[in-house]
Design a protein. Structure first.
Length: 373
């Protein structure tokens, strides 16, 4: 999730997806913060569920050549309404553009809100005025944007969402579908990478986003549960942050207060870069950093043998492709699974170059590709 988070969200999203966890012995573990709206990750059912208890689908959506020709003949116009355009979002856009090109869709509007709901509302209004056929969206405020997307749906525009849906929306009447990463697996991957990095013992810090954001909150729940249940010899420090700057300050304070700290988990790539800065300022190359999402700066640090040990990554390109395919299915009158997820992967210096294009949707940039030589 590559996001520059500059505002404190206090949202109650009646539409968000609920995660509950699976398999194994129960553990009395409190996550950094309890979000009853999404339920609790437990060891009883460590898998992804929808709000009404249906297990999430991992189905990959595909079309026949005849179906593709039907879509191409329709000359569908698309608007992309983005919460931000960090590396995570750029990977999603790349994946969606490849799918749109294959299906003959035209992207007529691409609007980036920088986490400002008012900008997204204005973008939705503009999309309606432009008479688009499809809106792809990642929302900043599912509650505050509910009314405008209700008018979008009433106008007959097909909507596909990444991570969140507008308040009050019902599937399949109001939208084609929603796709996200397998967040439970992402949290598990990050916890296991950290456990491996510090040999399963000692003191580590875990930074979490201290506001309601479904994607980051859920994977953090899964990471905490995995750390507590699988690595009982770890001592876990926890600190909520709002901005990447908070991450640097928190990491610096931990390093000063707990000189024996061995590792730090960051909630996404930009705070991870801030934690790298704190470690370098303190001359602590020994502290291992694990984070989510694949960014150039964190990947380069990892390849150079710096602080970053590993990353939990979903295929952003597949997120974008799936958003387009859900809309295409809806246009053709085909059933779209209620809730879709894409796979998650552990990435280290050993496989980052190999997995760059499959996850990001483009070849490694020169500053990363040079390490393949």
């Amino acid at each position: 999730m590559k996001r520059y988070l500059i505002v404190l969200f206090a949202i109650v999203c009646a539409c968000s997806v609920l995660f509950i966890g699976s398999g194994g012995k129960k553990a009395e573990v409190e996550p950094p913060r309890t979000y009853e709206h999404w339920g609790t990750v437990t060891l009883d059912e460590f898998y992804t569920k929808s709000p009404d208890g249906i297990r999430a689908s991992t189905e990959r959506l595909d079309l026949t050549e005849d179906e593709k020709e039907t879509i191409r003949d329709a000359n569908l116009k698309v608007a992309w309404i983005l919460s931000d355009l960090g590396e995570w979002a750029r990977g999603i856009v790349r994946g969606s553009k490849m799918a749109m090109e294959d299906l003959g869709m035209e992207l007529v509007i691409q609007d980036v809100a920088d986490w400002n709901p008012a900008v997204q509302i204005a973008a939705a209004e503009a999309a309606m005025s432009a008479d688009v056929d499809i809106i792809l969206a990642m929302l900043s405020d599912p509650v505050g944007e509910g009314e405008v997307f209700r008018r979008v749906a009433d106008q007959g525009i097909i909507c596909s969402f990444v991570d969140e849906i507008p308040a009050g929306f019902k599937h399949p009447d109001d939208y084609a579908g929603v796709v996200t990463a397998d967040l439970v697996t992402l949290g598990t991957v990050v916890a296991e990478l950290m456990g491996e990095a510090v040999d399963g013992k000692g003191k580590i810090g875990l930074l979490y986003l201290d506001f309601l954001l479904y994607n980051a909150n859920t994977r953090c729940h899964a990471a905490v549960l995995t750390l507590k249940s699988k690595y009982p010899k770890l001592e876990i420090l926890q600190k909520g942050i709002v901005t990447p700057e908070d991450a640097e300050q928190a990491a610096a304070a931990w390093i000063t207060q707990y000189p024996d700290i061995k590792g730090i988990i960051a909630p996404y790539d930009t705070p991870a870069v801030s934690v790298i800065s704190a470690c370098k300022a303190a001359d602590r190359p020994d502290i291992k950093i694990v984070s989510y999402d694949l960014g150039v700066l964190t990947a380069r640090d990892m390849l150079e043998g710096g602080n970053v040990y590993g990353l939990g990554v979903e295929s952003t390109a597949e997120l974008g492709r799936t958003a387009v395919m859900m809309a295409a299915y809806d246009y053709l009158g085909k059933d779209v699974p209620y809730f879709l997820t894409v796979p998650a992967y552990p990435i280290t210096a050993k496989n980052v170059i190999e997995l760059w294009e499959p996850t990001v949707g483009s070849p490694p940039p020169p500053e990363i590709a040079e390490f393949a030589k």
